[in-house]
Every structure is written in C-alpha cells, then in structure tokens.
Design a protein around this ligand. Structure first.
Ligand code: URA
Length: 445
C-alpha cells in the first residue's frame, strides 16, 4: 500500500496507475473508485493523465472497458424518454446517431429531421468541435438567433412536438467524461480505443436512446487512421451498447476525403439545407439516407424510403420548425467570411487525392475551429471544395476557396494544404488506376 492513501479512500491513485503501467487488469472496484475519485477531485489531473497514458499504451479488456463506461455513467444523471408517445398512445421509439468525428461531417443536420418524419424521436445531444474536426453546435450556431442550450424540459417538449432536437448535452450527463476528455485532449491520450469507446458510449447510454447508430470514421481525417483500428472501435462500442440494452449498430465510413464540398460552419449549414431541399452533394445524400435507413430499421420502421422525404420537402418542414423552435430564423441569410482566397489546380488531370486532414486543418486555421475550449469560432470561415477525387480538373481552374475574416491566416491554411492534393495527368497509370474507396466500408451489428 502506498503511504499517500487517505484513511477514507479504499484505494490510492498510485497503486492503480502502477497496476495499469505493469499491464495488469484493473479490478471493478479500482475502476469505480478511480473514476469517482477523479470526478470528486481526490485523484489529481496529473495522476489521471498518467493512468490515461498507461491505458493508451497497454489497453483495457472488454470487462474493464464495460466497467469504466458504467462508472462514467454513474458519475451523472440518466435521461428517460419513456414518457414520449406515438399519436395512438404507444411508446414512441427513439433513435440517435453518433459520428466519431470527421471533416465536412454535417450529416446530423439533415439526418435528425429526416428520421423524425417517420415518427421516431431523435434526441441528438451534440458537442462543439475541438481540433480539426467540426462540431455540430458550432455549425448550427451560425444560424442567426439559434440557441444550443435547452433545459431538459424544453428538450422533451420539443421532442414531443417536433420529433427531433439537436442541442448541447447538459452538464449532468457523464460529468466524469467531460473532465477526462478535457484532460485527454491536452495530454496526447485521445486516440485510445478503450477511452474513446467508453467516452462516447457513457454519454449515449446515459442519454437513454433506444436505438443508436454509430458512424465510425476511418482515414486521414478521423481519429482512427487504419481500418483495423476503426473496426475494433466499432466492435467495442456496439458490444458496450448492446450489453447496456441499447440497440446499437455501426457503419464504418470513409474519411480520407472530406464529406461533401464544404468544411466550416455556415457553409456546411447551407450545404445541409441543399440536401434537405432535395439536392446537395451525392456523398452527403447517400450517407444521410443510409444512416436514416439504419436508424429507422433499428427503431422498427421498415418499408419506407427516406430519400423520398428529402425529395418531397417533408424533412425540410421538420428542419424549419426545429430551427425556429430554438430561436433561429431558417430564412435569414447565413453569415459570410470577409475575405477569400482561391487555390487553383497546378496541372491538368484526374484529382486522385484531396486529403481530409489537410482540408480540416486548413478550415480550422482559417477560424472555423477553436484552439482552446471556450474560444469563439468564425461562422463564415472554412474551405469550399470545387472538385472531389475522381473529377478531371484543368490547370488554373479553382480547386478550393479558402474563407476567413482573418486573412493573416491564409498562409498557415495554405501550409496545411501542402501535399494535401494529388492530380495525375490523364492517361497515366495512376489516373487510370484511380478508384475511390466506397463511402460505406462495412456495417457492424
Ligand atoms: N468523441 C467523444 O465524445 N469522446 C472521445 O473520446 C472521442 C470522440
């Protein structure tokens, strides 16, 4: 026993850290204690950082991850949607989607109203972006007047009346994760499968959705660069969800290339509105429809084609009502950046690579993302793409438009894009051999 242990505490942090450092499995009691004691401030940040690094390096077993997730859930409140009813008085199914984060990933915006069209309630508790991946709330906050913070009562009432709500996750859900995520973010310990899976699933299980569809991104712009890692993350999360009674499945999706033709805030909202209007980029439409199908099937709604509700305006009607209900004006002109800079194609040929990480980092440096928690983002900043891999481009044609209110950032954004684009001359082996990886790589049930 270490001399530092307080008489009132059953363990001390040092022995838990040493155990994981030495590749031992932590006991259920050790895990319950360390998560709770960290939330109470008894385990210090530097001790939890050391433990997070030991977990990143040595991993956790399935039992340890499940216990860690349960301990994080127990640190806060659990929501309950069982009072929601269908028009004929039966229990109303709930379905939620969670993406592990990518560049240009605006799918939640068209998806939530689309699924709600079919009578399934969609409680989409979302976050703000940190680093190169955007945040759903940052995007929506570019709509004049729109408010992210709702009380639990207001959230339930909107779910009941409109069937969908996208709002900030309250501070009561898994507070242990909030504290730990902020710490991992500054200690190089985000990219641990055990910690990502327990972080995401503690919030989703505490939220109380009946069905959960995970969009696990894989590629340069995702946390998981390798397909094998993304698969393991997806499998871990699906198992955690199912063991907790949530009907969970995952799509493994491509993130070497950004989704759609925009990465930023207001420009991504505008692209989402195009999708809700029956148009928009094919990849965004395809993923939105496939995720909707999977959520609806999980919630017991089959025999419908969600693409129809995008084409005929039903999803748009729900979107407009959702935005208005949270103080936003769905008809207000979106904010635009004060300055723009066009990047042109250096040579003609087939665009064979548009790197998601490079575009995400450029958008972030232009002001679409934040460098520290709580910092403001620029609504109009970001990157507009004029071509996607597989397209033929001519030398001198616009490839990207960089947007910002702070033009002094153009140089750093351009530096991020260095080596982010490959164009193969027509007729070369590289151009002929080009095939894009499918957007949906696999499904994991
Ligand atoms: N998103 C989360 O909520 N947690 C993680 O650890 C990573 C992504």
């Amino acid at each position: 026993m270490s001399p530092e242990r307080s008489a009132a505490e059953p363990f001390d942090a040092i022995e838990v850290i040493r155990a994981k450092r030495d590749r031992q499995a932590l006991s259920g009691e050790q895990i319950d204690w360390v998560v709770d004691a960290y939330t109470r401030g008894v385990v210090a940040d530097e001790q939890m950082s050391a433990l997070a690094m030991a977990i990143l390096l040595n991993g956790m077993s399935r039992e340890e991850i499940a216990r860690w997730t349960a301990a994080m859930i127990a640190s806060g409140e659990r929501m309950d949607f069982s009072a929601l009813r269908t028009p004929d008085g039966g229990p109303r199914p709930t379905a939620d989607k969670h993406s592990t984060g990518g560049v240009g990933d605006k799918i939640t915006l068209p998806l939530a109203p689309l699924v709600a069209v079919y009578g399934v309630a969609v409680p989409q508790l979302s976050g703000r972006g940190l680093g190169h991946t955007g945040g759903t709330l940052d995007k929506l906050e570019s709509i004049p007047g729109w408010q992210a913070d709702l009380s639990n009562t207001a959230m339930m009432s909107q779910l009941d009346s409109l069937g969908a709500v996208i709002c900030a996750a309250g501070t009561g859900l898994a507070p242990a994760d909030k504290k730990l995520y902020a710490l991992r973010d500054v200690t190089g310990t985000v990219e641990a499968i055990a910690l990502i899976a327990s972080s995401i699933m503690s919030k989703k299980i505490a939220e109380g959705t009946g069905t959960l569809v995970l969009d696990v991104k894989c590629g340069s712009g995702a946390f998981m660069k390798q397909e094998s890692e993304a698969r393991e993350l997806a499998r871990t999360m699906v198992d955690l969800g199912r063991d907790a009674g949530v009907n969970t499945s995952a799509l493994l999706t491509e993130m070497n290339t950004p989704l759609g033709l925009t990465a930023g805030n207001a420009i991504e909202v505008a692209e989402s509105v195009e999708v809700l209007d029956g148009g928009g980029p094919a990849d965004v439409v395809h993923l939105t429809v496939e995720l909707a199908r999977t959520m609806l099937a999980g919630a017991g709604v089959t025999g419908v084609d969600p693409a129809e509700a995008l084409a005929d305006g039903r999803a748009m009607d729900v979107w407009r009502r959702m935005i208005s209900a949270q103080g936003g004006d769905p008809d207000a002109p979106m904010p635009t950046a004060r300055e723009s800079h066009v990047v042109t194609a250096p040579n003609s040929g087939v665009l064979t690579r548009l790197d998601a990480m490079a575009v995400g980092l450029a958008a972030w440096r232009l002001g679409a993302g934040r460098t520290r928690q709580g910092a403001p983002v620029q609504a109009g900043a970001g990157v507009r793409m004029h071509a996607k891999p597989g397209d033929t481009v001519q030398a001198g044609e616009p490839l990207l438009t960089l947007l910002t209110d702070t033009p002094e950032q153009f140089d750093r954004a351009l530096a991020a894009l260095d080596n982010g684009v490959d164009i193969a001359a027509a007729g070369t082996d590289e151009a002929e051999a080009f095939t894009a990886r499918p957007l949906i790589i696999d499904r994991i049930d």
